[in-house]
Design a protein around this ligand. Structure first.
Ligand code: 9MR
Ligand code: 9MR
Length: 581
């Protein structure tokens, strides 16, 4: 069927005016051939019917009725859902409503997220400190090394008799946290969990995933090579004298918006050891013991070092004197100088960190958590974030449920949480699991969407009920364009995409395209950066501006859950029937 010519004409004239505000909100990467396919058309609409056509409008491959209007609770958006899940023709298409601008073109195929799955993992390579990024791997974003961190000072907040203030230690490597160039253990903790647990969940899939990093082809999966770059840095953050772990390796002040190699004049410090950092470190080292133990030949002795590091850290954290030492920058800055003004990642409630570390050690070598219970299910179930890590332990217990006899319990808890997440998705104006509460839209809210997606992947693994994977996909749809802003939130992907993330290399490198493969923070109703936001509602409070760090920064702990989510979908797409073998 030909799409009526008059409508195509109308579409052409409307297309320019609507360039910023396309009325169709959909996953701009596309859809699996046999998977769910939903798009939202912003109401009011000029017709209740929609058509899926080739981009030039010459062929119509599907048509349907828009669903009744929904009013969003978190913005003035009114929406009409288009469901074209039954379309199973591969190709490049657009969605059209007669009289309105066509959607951006999208793909229906067997690997619409393959490039994304690679790019979001490759993003970590682009964050590497202390080494040059070569053109062979980094393309036009090649750059010299920044922040060697071979001479890092012990800050007065971390001083003791064995390492007095000003002691020089080496803490090279690792990933820059975000748009800034500091390195924070707490945030590294959850980030490493997401990557290493992705590998533990889908080892065969990751065995074949090549993202073109310097270590590619060394017989170790790239996701583990990349993670090792940060693991080795983490190990330098442990005080060998007592096992405690410094909260961060940082400047006193944030660097200017310059390239890494132009930013090395300020001294770098390790600051106070904290319970949260030390527990997160112990948890990561325990997982690393499990994971890298399988690559003893490639990395002789590594697993043992990890185990030793975890045990020393645990000894420190479980010591009454250290059991709740939080990192408070205000307190430190009152007491000593120089004042530290970089990211805080302060966390005063550490029961969950203690529980998570105990759980991972128990699973790794049967170590006992002593007075700290291993993850308790159905208790304080909270979506994981850098300050709330209990559920990470639950997920690990689930992965190893066969071995620890807690299978039923862990399955029930995972399904319970998933059902809570999905309960109101149908009422959501965009039909996504993301965005059911205003609290979803906080600083880094996009990571909530990805992390909810992981919780739903686990529910699928626990039940093999495809509805949970469909829900997980709804959040990928959210991140790639089915949302109130219309943005695909990953740099380098989609038609309407972030071009000005708060990311120092992307700002300073003189290249128009930002470094690709990064998830920006996303709508954040608090807008703490004081930037100018043209839209200020809960789910539209996003602006693609370099100065808007509360919604447009990029961070390792936001990318990592997206690595898990999109690669999990790729790993499961055949068994779930999203594509035919
Ligand atoms: O670049 C910094 C970013 O990584 C942080 O998330 C943010 C909040 O701590 O701060 C950014 O740095 C800004 C600083 O706070 C205030 N002066 C301008 C800095 C760069 O925009
Ligand atoms: O992701 C962090 C967010 O939860 C906090 O509300 C915010 C303010 O404390 O800080 C965010 O973390 C930033 C960190 O402090 C410094 N590097 C950039 C991080 C993302 O903006």
């Amino acid at each position: 069927m030909k799409f009526p010519a008059c409508i195509t004409g109308a579409l052409l004239s409307g297309a320019f005016a609507a360039a910023q505000e396309n009325p169709v909100r959909l996953n701009q990467s596309g859809f699996y051939t046999a998977g769910p396919k939903h798009a939202v058309v912003m109401s009011p609409v000029t017709s209740g019917r929609f058509f899926i056509t080739t981009p030039n409008g010459s062929d119509t491959v599907f048509s349907g009725e828009l669903q009744p209007e929904k009013i969003s609770r978190y913005s003035a958006s009114r929406t009409r859902m288009a469901d074209f899940s039954d379309l199973d023709k591969k190709g490049r298409f657009v969605l059209r409503v007669p009289g309105m601008a066509a959607s951006y073109p999208f793909e229906v195929g067997d690997a619409p997220y393959r490039d994304l799955a690679v790019a979001v993992l490759k993003g970590f390579y682009f964050q590497r400190a202390s080494m040059p990024l070569e053109a062979q791997y980094a393309g036009k974003w090649a750059r010299p090394a920044g922040h060697p961190d071979t001479r890092v000072l012990v800050h007065p907040s971390a001083a003791d008799s064995k390492r007095p203030a000003g002691t020089v230690i080496a803490s090279p490597g690792g990933w820059y946290d975000a748009g800034d160039y500091n390195k924070y253990i707490v945030n590294s903790g959850i980030t490493m969990y997401m990557l290493l647990s992705a590998y533990e969940s889908f080892p065969a899939y990751f065995d074949q995933l090549n993202v073109n990093i310097p270590e590619s082809g060394n017989g170790v999966p790239d996701i583990l090579d990349e993670s090792l770059y940060n693991l080795r840095w983490m190990m330098t953050m442990q005080d060998p004298n007592d096992g405690g772990v410094y909260h961060k390796c940082t400047n006193a002040e944030f660097d200017k918006m310059v390239m890494p190699h132009c930013a090395t004049t300020q001294p770098r410090y390790v600051v106070q050891k904290s319970t949260a950092a030390t527990c997160d470190f112990a948890a990561v080292m325990a997982i690393a013991y499990r994971v890298y133990g399988k690559f003893e030949q490639a990395f002789p002795g590594l697993a043992d070092s990890c185990r030793n590091a975890a045990e020393q850290a645990w000894k420190w954290a479980a010591d009454e004197r250290n059991a709740n030492l939080s990192y408070s920058q205000a307190a430190i800055n009152k007491a000593v100088s120089p004042r530290i003004r970089t990211g805080e990642y302060g966390d005063r409630f550490v029961e969950d960190e203690l529980s998570w570390a105990a759980t991972e050690m128990l699973l790794a070598w049967g170590g006992s958590g002593a007075r700290f219970p291993i993850a308790r299910v159905n208790y304080g179930m909270q979506l994981p974030s850098w300050w709330s890590v209990r559920m990470l332990g639950d997920w690990s217990l689930f992965r190893f449920a066969g071995e620890n006899g807690r299978k039923d319990e862990m399955q029930a808890s995972i399904v319970h949480f998933a059902d809570e997440l999905t309960g109101r998705a149908a009422q959501n104006a965009f039909g996504t699991v993301m965005g059911q509460t205003a609290g979803d839209f906080n600083w880094g809210g996009n990571a909530n969407a990805a992390t909810q997606g992981i919780a739903l992947v686990y529910a699928y693994l626990a039940t093999k009920d495809r509805k949970y994977l469909d829900y997980a996909l709804s959040n990928l749809d959210y991140l790639l364009g089915r949302n109130a802003t219309g943005y695909c939130f990953v740099t380098g992907f989609g038609e309407k995409r972030p071009m000005h993330p708060h990311h120092r290399p992307s700002v300073a490198d003189g290249i128009a395209d930002p470094v690709p493969g990064f998830l920006v923070g996303g709508p954040n109703s608090k807008m703490e950066d004081g930037a100018r936001y043209p839209f200020r509602e809960v789910e539209t409070a996003y602006v693609d501006s370099e100065s808007a760090y509360a919604c447009n920064e990029i961070t390792i702990n936001w990318n990592a859950p997206l690595v898990f989510l999109v690669n999990a979908l790729e790993a499961l797409k055949v068994e779930a029937g999203y594509v035919k073998e």
